[in-house]
Design a protein around this ligand. Sequence first.
Ligand code: SF4
Length: 391
Amino acid sequence: MLALYGVATIARGFQPQEPRLVLRLRSPTSRPEHAADVALARNAHEIDIAVSSGFTGAFVVRSEMHEPSRGNELPRMIQVPEKFDYLSDGDVLGFHSASRRFRTLYRRSSAHNSFLVTERCNHYCLMCSQPPRDVDDSWILREIREALPLVDKQTRYLGFTGGEPLLDWQELTAALRDCRDLLPQTAIHVLSNGRAFASTEIAAAWADVKHPALSVGIPIYSAVDTVHDYVVQAKGAFDETVLGILKLKDKGQRVEIRVVLHAVTAPRIAATCRWLARNLPFVDHVALMGLENTGFAIANDDLLWIDPMDYREQLAEAVDVLAAGKVPVSVYNLPLCVLDRSVWSFAQQSISDWKNDFVPECERCDEKKRCSGFFTTGRPRYSRGIQAIIN
Ligand code: SF4
């Protein structure tokens, strides 16, 4: 698993009045184009090149604890351990100079870039992978808006996640307008619990962004309101969520329904999808998603774990019902060997590259190239059905 955040071993040349900075890493052979640009260097020779290219700051990846001999020719220097060697030209970081902490915000080579907008949430889902914290983290959206002009214009996809990103809906929609103006070729997907859109004002503000490729992923965990409310630990959530979806669709917005599969939702997934096909057939996509066993899912393991082999038939029926109703459907995060063959063509390689891996059995599998593999986060649990597929 890639380390996406860490603490710099050396950071010098930063002023106390600029505690949070957004930095873009550039090849030392390029010329700095933006005040946020720093040269990505790995040795004294590359620092020399950075100096002659006109850089005033460097981000140095190396194992030694001392500063490279030529480093003092640059007013600003950050040095980080070798495990961040994956960073490359065009990547964007958030840096907190007082604590020397940094986070990777965007990797140019990744197809799975996603900005965490906030850790706050008005749900407390049983399986939340990002357990909510009631903190003032409004600085994160400001940081994201600083990062957006630095993102490569060729980026095909950006995600926004939380927490609940719509809690600060005015700031979020401002960031989405930035995306529209700065990254016109980039599809934007926001993960939301959907309740905010029950407000006509917020649904209208979302539609007013007029982004050509903006969609929102909203969970509905069951057709039974009390079951959905139980999963998200919020009374009244189902009604508001469905109302929000209706308001967005009324305004012509793209909506994806997401259902995370665990012991509460998976045994009834065929009934849930029958309800979706009958009542919300106009949604743009339904994603049926294997559980990421991290965050609250670990604490609630007894309640949530179910071997995907034990809902394989219900999942196949659910996919069939949606496909027959011409509702676009995909299966995320589940390996092919635990899926019924009728589902294979709907299965996506959906797990973000930085937290995706396979088990030894996969080495002799003929379908590995098409398979989602597994999450490496948290405490992975493996199905009894994992078995190499030999064609
Ligand atoms: S054996 Fe591994 S690669 Fe093959 S389908 Fe199963 S999980 Fe995927």
